[in-house]
Design a protein around this ligand. Sequence first.
Ligand code: DWN
Length: 408
Amino acid sequence: MSKHNCYICDKETSLLMSFGQMPIANGFLAKEQFKDEYFFEMEVAFCQQCKMFQLVNQPEREQMFNESYAFFSGTSKAMGLHFEKFANHILSDYIKDTKDPFVVEVGSNDGSMLKHFANRGIRHLGIEPSANVAQVAIDNGINTVVEFLDKSLAERIVSEYGMADAYVAANVMCHIPYINSVVEGIKALLNPDGIAMFEDPYLGDVIQKTTYDQIYDEHTFLFSVYSIQYLFNQFDMEVINVEPQVTHGGSMRYVIAHKGAKPVHKNVYKQLEYEQVSGLTDFETYEKFRQNCGKYQSDLMSLLDDIKSQGKSIAGYAATSKSTTIINYCSITTDHLDCIYDTTPIKQGKFSPGAHIPVVAYEEFKNNYPDYALLFGYNHEKEIMAKEQEFMDQGGRWITYVPEVKVI
Ligand code: DWN
C-alpha cells in the first residue's frame, strides 16, 4: 500500500484497502483497444485530520474526461426532473430578488441543469471539460466553455462576466483532486452574498449501505458534512445548509456561503451530530466497511455462480460507471454475464472496461430476455422497473446488491 498525503489538509492519510487493478470506469472500448487498456491500483484512504475519504491514486484527468466521455446527464428521465427541481429551488429560494443574476455551473455536461436557467434568459455559464457532452449543451444554446475549473479560470470568468450569484455543481466536486484550488476559485467568483450549491454521493450512505461501487477513478472523494466544512473553512467560507437527496443511492447537497454572510441552518448541526454518532469521523468505521466490502463481493459471486451452475442465463442491466468497480473487484466475467444492456449510444457495440463484457443497445433486451438481470443501475430502479415490466411478467428476475445481495 502506498503512502499518501491528504488532498485537502496535506496530513498523511490512513490507508484503508485496495480494490485491486482497475480500468477507467467510463473507458468502454473496442476490441482493438484491449491490448492498450490502462489500469491503476485503486486504493482508498481516510484522513484522520479533516476526515476526508479519498482515493490514493487516480489516472490523469484527461484520461477520464475527454472528447469521448461516455456519461450524458440527460439519459435518465428521473434525473432530468431532479435537475429541474434543483434549478427551481435556486431560482425561488436564493436568487429570486437578485437583479440580473449570473449562474455558473461546473461540470455542466449536456446542459441538463443549465437549460432551466438559459430558457428563462438568465445569464449563465457552463464549464465542461468533456468536449462531446459540452457540444450537446452548446448546440442547445447553452453558454459553455470546454475547460477544467481552477482558480485561474475563475479569475478569468470574473473579469469577463463579473461575479456569480450562484455556483452550482451536481456530481462534480467529488471528482476534483485539486479541489483546494477550485474552492479558492469559488471564493473569488462568488458575490459577497452569493451561494455555492453542490451535491455528490454521501459518504454516510456509502458506509451504511456498503455501496462501495461509488468508489472508482472519477470519484477522488466521498464527502461528509464534516469534511466539506473543513475544506471550505480553510478559505473562510462555511456550510450554511445541507439537504439529503435520494439520487445515486443517497447524496448530500451542500449550501455554502462566505463566512458570516448568511445564517447557518440547524440541519448542519444535526447532520454533524449524526456523523459523529454513526462513527463517520472514526477510522474504525472504515475497517468495518472494508470487511463488509469483502462480504458483499463473496455473497454476489456465490449467487452468480449458483445461478450459472443451474444453467441459467444472466445479463447486466445499465453499464454504469459504478458497475466497473463491481465487475472488476468481484471478478465478474463473460462466463457470468452474456452482455450488459444500456441506453447510451456511445457505449453500445463496445466492451465494458476491464472484463470486456459486450454492451448491447437496451432495445435488444426484450428480444433476448435472460433468466436473470443484474441491476447495475439500482439507483434508477423505479425508472427501469417501470420500463421493463414485461421482463418480470415473463418470469425474469432481477439480481440486486443494494442494500444487500438478493434476487427480486
Ligand atoms: O458522478 C457520476 C454520476 C453522476 O454519473 C459520474 N462520474 C458518472 C455517472 O455515474 P454512473 O454511470 O454510475 O451513472 P448512472 O446514472 O447510475 O448510470 C448511467 C448509465 O445507466 C448510463 O450508461 C445509462 C444507463 N441507463 C440505462 O441503461 N437504462 C440508465 C437508465 C436510467 C436506464 O433506464
